[in-house]
Ligand binder design. Sequence first.
Ligand code: PLP
Length: 194
Amino acid sequence: MTKSHSAAAVDYASRFGLAAVGENRVQEAVEKRAQTSAAVRWELIGHLQSNKAPLAARHFDRIQSVDSEKLLNVLDRAAGEIGRDLAILLQVNAGNDPAKFGAEPEDTPRLLELALSKPHLRVEGLMTIAPLSQDPAVAERTFHALRDIRDRLSERFATPLPELSMGMSGDFEQAIAAGSTLVRIGTALFGERE
Ligand SMILES: *Cc1c(COP(=O)(O)O)cnc(C)c1O
């Protein structure tokens, strides 16, 4: 995660072999992207307002924080208009955290059904953010919950959903143990954010 760090952080990430960087704000990422020629994929991982969705659809290789029907509709239309096949992950509030964005687990079948019907979106998996807690068991429970949700959805809709984006600097070990395919590391790589 290179959010709040300069384009130099993206250059470092690329030079040391990272294939992708994550950003949480559309405008910041667009500006940063113009300042580097690093060959990385750009991923949006942060709450996306629908008025920013067309810009996001144009500038990101994948959007990991899709959590509503409205966003699916707007992103599909925007991707269609520019002739893109846009990769997305559905963000799930797998830890039932009142402070977090993300679809509620019980709403995910409906959301996935709609996502799969969109011609310009490609659903590659799920993303979650664990509730902040001193107790590692909270993150562990959340990550196992996301994996279970994925397994059930995958079977029910006969679709693979290979990506499980879970784990940050403070909880990546639990995430990997629970089957994460994509950890999102900010602080541990780039230092504290301003
Ligand atoms: C900032 C951020 C991260 C990285 O967090 P660190 O604790 O700095 O590793 C991961 N995921 C999301 C969604 C973030 O916004």
